[in-house]
Unconditional design. Structure first.
Length: 172
């Protein structure tokens, strides 16, 4: 697979407008959050679009979908146009996403970023419950084998703990 077959979804801490232009020129698709103070040079409003099957729950409201340049003429303006989607989440927090993907619906883009958070929560669970201190290998296969083995071990220990009559936790 090449980078063109992926959509990179990353944290707003990695925002770099020049890198966004590089990605776009190489055909690399991405979605990230914009910082609250991001400068935008708006081109036009897009219609807010939804998927055929509902992806987001009713508590998430898409309020804007625009095309724009990031930055201003005085401050690092991008050469490429980007799509900026603004949503209000279930806790009334305003989230703004930027992407170079124009063929997906507004809801698709929002849903993909939401899935990124579920992956973050999964890795948080791994760190808290599986106690993997160090990976024995660095290839995808080695890491996946270690994680899957740790999850299987965790499940087996939980099952044994459920039927055990000991007063001590088996993880201790």
């Amino acid at each position: 697979m090449t980078e063109n077959n992926f959509i990179y979804v990353f944290d707003k801490g990695y925002i770099d407008y020049k890198k966004f232009d590089e990605f776009s020129n190489k055909g690399i698709c991405f979605i990230t959050r914009l910082k609250d103070n991001a400068a935008l040079t708006e081109i036009n409003n897009l219609e807010i679009t939804y998927s055929e099957t509902m992806l987001l729950d009713d508590s998430i409201n898409i309020i804007e979908d625009i095309t724009c340049y990031l930055g201003t003429k005085d401050i690092n303006m991008t050469k490429e146009k980007y799509r900026v989607i603004t949503v209000v989440d279930s806790e009334s927090k305003i989230l703004t996403f930027v992407t170079n993907i124009f063929e997906y619906t507004s809801e698709d883009i929002s849903w993909l970023y939401k899935k990124r958070w579920e992956i973050e929560l999964f890795f948080k669970w791994i760190k808290q419950n599986l106690k993997i201190k160090k990976f024995t290998g660095h290839s995808l296969n080695a890491v996946m084998m270690q994680i899957v083995s740790a999850i299987i071990t965790f499940i087996i220990v939980k099952l044994i703990q459920g039927v055990s009559k000991t007063g001590h936790g088996l993880f201790n």
